[in-house]
Ligand binder design. Sequence first.
Ligand code: FAD
Length: 499
Amino acid sequence: MTPANYQQVDVLVVGAGNAAANAALAAHEAGCSVAMLETAPEDARGGNSAFTGGAFRFVFDEVKDLIALAPDIAELDLSTIDFGTYTKEQYFDDMGRLTEYRCDPDLTEVLIGNSYAAALWLKKHGVKFQPALGRQAFKVDGKFRFWGGLACHIHGGGQHLVATLHAKLQQVGIPVLYNTTAWQFLHGDDRVEGVRVRHHGRIFDLRAKAIVMACGGFESNAEMRARYIGPNWDLAKVRGTRYNQGYGHRMAIDIGAAVAGHWSGAHAVQWDMNAPPFGDLSVGDQFQKHNYPFGVLVNARGERFLDEGKDFHSYTYAAYGHEVMKQPGLFAWQIFDSKINDLLRSEYRIPRITKEVGNTLEELAPKLTGVDTAAVLETLRAYNAAPRPDVKFDPNVHDGLRTTGLPINKTNWAQTLDTPPFHAYGVTAGVTFTFGGLKIDTSARVEDTSGEPIPGLFAAGEIAGGLYYHNYGSGTGLIAGVTFGRIAGDGAAAFARRN
Ligand SMILES: Cc1cc2nc3c(=O)[nH]c(=O)nc-3n(C[C@H](O)[C@H](O)[C@H](O)COP(=O)(O)OP(=O)(O)OC[C@H]3O[C@@H](n4cnc5c(N)ncnc54)[C@H](O)[C@@H]3O)c2cc1C
């Protein structure tokens, strides 16, 4: 189907990523006719969802919950793996602490309460999960011990997720209209009645009984980044799709939608300084560099500027991109010695990488482009000389191996850099997605500025605001998209049936 031969459906879903696909499947399962709009061509479909590593944050109480999701776990030697638990209480604590207690409590409750069901729903639709060994648990003294609330991730990451969901959409006969950009709402007397779209330069009006907006954040739009997130954010690299331009936000605000969430906030990480301006699906998320807790981070002045070991990377990585953006030249270098090589994630071994190596720190320092050599050597000397308690390094826990007496101390995992060769990685800020979105209620209905639902209009995924402020715990975005996508699809189907 194209816009030229579109036939009116009950539920029209804008977007073709994770939230959109789950909304479409839910509306279909509720007995409605459904179509989806994707601004990208087919080979670039799936938005940011296609770029993800597949981390998935959900509540589980015991290993059997994980086995129900990833049956292969039963084949592992479970005496060597401590999965721990991730209870509702832990999830609430994480959401509260990370957002400085600003996350919408009602939406957060829905997110957490439905998180395990969301994982099972994906499994039901063919998505495979695997334990995140080596990623969220390191082997110490013969045993893996999980930290950070992420026991399983999607096998094959975002590309498997998007391919599986799209295969399902095709199997049940939900058409996706590619190269079709939602541009405006068609608004009747009392409700949203359709979407005006652009398709290869032509305008079409597509009518439907209910609309689900699931067209991502506005992170791909440099003008909006500068306007909302702030100075220099137009210069940030974009980790994922180039197609999330914020049109959905604008369309909805134009008809009186209320906004929610942290409009000057965004998820931003350390990302290879020579990565392309937008994500590259052949590399996926691998331009990221998430093992800084085991090293030292310096700026152009050769100074450390944050506590690399403040917490597990899952709880700092989305905020530390912002710290890099505050540095002169908007870049930094991560420096490691060879003791921790076995802990480094695969992203440190890709061919397209900004990496320097030296047999001594003196040999490495001049290779760090843009960095004051004398100053960085002084910083590393002071770091290596800083007193540490007599505790054992342990990457699976907050080990308390901390420096004291430095202008900025490193509070965990602060081993000395003493084992050659030394290696360093050049990073800048890569923006993942934006935190500002439309205000929805717990039924995923978009509210207007007086707090009333806009009849016929639903939203899910990153276009819906209210869950994230200041920071983010890894693996929350996909689960939010599944959970609210399902709710939006169900709600849109019910609305379409009533009308
Ligand atoms: C590199 C990277 C790694 C990540 N890793 C993880 C992870 O491991 N775990 C996790 O939970 N989250 C991760 N995330 C975040 C995750 O990608 C998002 O939370 C999630 O995919 C958002 O889903 P969505 O459906 O809301 O948006 P998207 O997946 O971005 O989908 C938006 C869709 O809307 C389309 N679109 C946009 N505008 C229009 C328009 N006007 N008309 C029609 N279509 C439009 C886009 O083309 C796209 O298909 C990662 C993100 C990136 C970039």
